[in-house]
Structures are given as structure tokens and as C-alpha cells.
Design a protein around this ligand. Structure first.
Ligand code: TRP
Length: 335
């Protein structure tokens, strides 16, 4: 369908202030694809409203998420950056694919189970069908590769199942996508409970490093990071906290585990935590400066959104027409 380049698609919700986990696990790696692939990076505002949002916050975070994509190195000239609700085909295909996704499949989604526990007073239908909207996001662009964190793997398996099911009924319609889960940094864990993933919505602020946290906050959070009762900087299954800090340090410095272990041999956790904090703060400083510059230029961000939506819509349209025809929808006569 798109003859020249294979397609990459990924989405980030504008539902919280992005974390180190989002940065290392996802956004930082996105720009590596732009030479080889046609890349779509989407701010998924329609996914965000499955949980109640304050409208002013949602609007601001949509701009912020786009600005952060760009500050992290995504060039809008090389990538299609856009907002999900600006391309109505996402919601349209989402509805259609709801009718090809089974109740039982959606019931097995662990993110649904987690989120309905956390939002017991608002278990709305959208929260339940959220995965089929994600399926639509991906299939709309005939995506081959989807960079995601490991928590989204189950949704990607569903995407492949739904695509294959649709293709089996109607003949080849959708490309079956593959997940791309970066090996080492896929799971950045909470600094407070290192057996849990670092989450945007964690109530304990000390558990989460935000991309936009000031340097002293970053250092303070790493100083308080939970380690263990030992004092050896070494990666081991029973040293989850230390292993997580090593992953982060390695991501920012490029050092291997052996190099890190040698660097901190006999120096204790205090020194190590400070070094991780400083490496992190120094690496994020230029991202933060660029973010501030972009947020001060809303008109430019709106241009980027408009161009992105136009480009996305042009390609989404082809899939939409094909799907509509195959399932037996009529075309309205243009007048
Ligand atoms: N569900 C993803 C998350 O919570 C966000 C998302 C929505 C997404 N649509 C997508 C990710 C399509 C990859 C591809 O993180």
C-alpha cells in the first residue's frame, strides 16, 4: 500500500506528566526509526478520556506531549506528529473493529483489570473497549512495527489477532504488525517499589522521575530511591532497586553492567545514587530547555499538529475506504 517505506506507529497518552520510563522506554528510541521507516507518533487524547480528565489539563497536556516528543528529538519534518482526535478515522475504525473484537478477549486485558480497580467509580464502556481503539490506531496506517513498553504487549497481540481475523473474513486488508520492545530499557521500575513499573499516575511522587523535574528534584528522588540492605552495586534478581538504577545509569552513560560494577566497587549506594541522579539530570537538561522554548510558541505547535493531521488523514483515508467497501458500507453520493 505504501510502496516506499514500512510504517512505524506509536502513541503516548496526554494523561500525565511523562516519566523517565516513557523517555527511556519509548520516546528516546522513536527518532531512530525516522530514516528507515515512515513514522507516525500520535498524542492519543481519545484514549485519555477513558479516565475522567480535567478539560483544561487535558488540553495543556496535549500541547505538552507534542512539545515533549519534539524536545526528545522527533523532527516534524521527518515524522508525522499528530493528535488522535484530529483524525476522525481513528474513532470510526475503532467502532468498526469493536465489532470484530470479542468480549472475552477484552475481558482478559490486564490493563483493563488494573484500571478498573483504580477507577472503581468509573468503569465505563470506553475503558473496556480501549484496546480496540488502539488496534484501530495501528491498523489504520498499515503499520509494520509498533514501539511500545512491555505493558502494551498484550494489546499488540490483540491487534494481530483482530487483523488476522478481519483478513480471514474479507481477504488481505491489514498488515499484521510486530511489536518493538527495547530490550534493556523497556521496563524502568518505580524508585520506591522497584518490583512495580514506574508509572505516570503513581501517587508517591518519590517513585517517579518526570522528564520535566528540575535537577535538584531529580537528585533528591534518586537519593531516596529504595535499594536493599547490602551495599554492593551489582545486578541481581534479589537486588531489584539497584538493578533498576543500573539500567537507568547505563541508558544515560552507555556503560555496561561490568563497567558500572567496577566504577562503584567499594563505594556504597550513596555515591552511586548521586551519580545516577546527576547523569539523569544532565541528560534531561537540553530536553527541558527545548521543551520550554516550544511551549512558548503555541502557534508553531498548532502548525505541526495541523500538518501532521493532514498527512495522517491522507493515509488513513485509504485504509478506511477499503474497510468500508469490504464490510458492505455504502458510499454517500458527493454533492
Ligand atoms: N495504550 C498505549 C499506552 O497506554 C497508548 C497507545 C494508544 C498506543 N494507541 C497506541 C501505543 C498505538 C502504541 C500504538 O501506553
Amino acid at each position: 500500500m505504501f510502496k516506499d517505506k514500512k510504517v512505524v506507529f506509536s502513541g503516548v497518552q496526554p494523561s500525565g506528566v511523562l516519566t523517565l520510563g516513557n523517555y527511556l522506554g519509548a520516546i528516546k528510541n522513536f527518532s531512530a526509526f525516522s530514516d528507515e521507516y515512515k513514522c507516525y507518533y500520535c498524542v492519543v487524547d481519545e484514549h485519555a478520556i477513558t479516565v475522567r480528565q480535567n478539560p483544561a489539563d487535558l488540553r495543556r497536556r496535549t500541547y505538552e506531549t507534542l512539545a515533549l516528543y519534539m524536545a526528545c528529538g522527533l523532527d516534524p519534518a521527518k515524522n508525522t506528529l499528530f493528535v488522535q482526535s484530529h483524525v476522525s478515522a481513528h474513532a470510526e475504525l475503532g467502532w468498526i473493529l469493536d465489532c470484530y473484537t470479542m468480549f472475552g478477549e477484552l475481558s482478559r486485558m490486564t490493563q483493563f483489570k488494573d484500571k478498573s480497580q483504580k477507577n472503581a467509580d468509573n468503569i465505563n464502556a470506553g475503558l473496556f473497549t480501549y484496546p480496540s481503539l488502539m488496534v484501530a490506531d495501528i491498523l489504520l496506517y498499515q503499520t509494520e512495527l509498533v514501539p511500545i513498553g512491555s505493558d502494551q504487549k498484550q494489546h499488540l497481540e490483540l491487534t494481530r489477532d483482530v487483523a488476522a481475523r478481519f483478513n480471514a473474513i474479507y481477504g488481505d486488508t491489514f498488515v499484521i504488525p510486530e511489536p518493538y520492545i527495547p530490550q534493556t530499557t523497556a521496563r524502568i521500575m518505580s524508585l520506591a517499589e522497584p518490583s512495580k513499573k514506574m508509572s505516570k499516575s503513581d501517587e508517591n511522587e518519590n517513585a517517579v522521575v518526570r522528564i520535566l523535574d528540575p535537577k535538584d528534584t531529580i537528585i533528591k528522588k534518586f537519593k531516596r530511591a529504595v535499594t536493599d540492605s547490602g551495599c554492593e552495586v551489582r545486578r541481581a534478581p534479589d537486588k531489584e532497586g539497584v538493578s533498576n538504577l543500573m539500567t537507568i545509569y547505563s541508558a544515560f552513560t552507555g556503560k555496561t553492567d561490568a563497567e558500572i560494577e567496577a566504577e562503584f566497587a567499594g563505594r556504597g549506594y550513596g555515591d552511586f545514587k548521586l551519580a545516577v541522579g546527576e547523569a539523569c539530570a544532565d541528560a534531561l537538561a537540553p530536553v527541558q530547555a527545548e521543551f520550554a522554548r516550544l511551549m512558548a510558541d503555541k502557534a508553531y505547535l498548532e502548525d505541526v499538529m495541523a500538518n501532521g493531521a493532514e498527512e495522517a488523514w491522507r493515509n488513513a483515508y485509504r485504509t478506511m475506504s477499503k474497510v468500508r467497501r469490504k464490510i458492505g458500507f455504502t458510499e454517500p453520493k458527493r454533492r
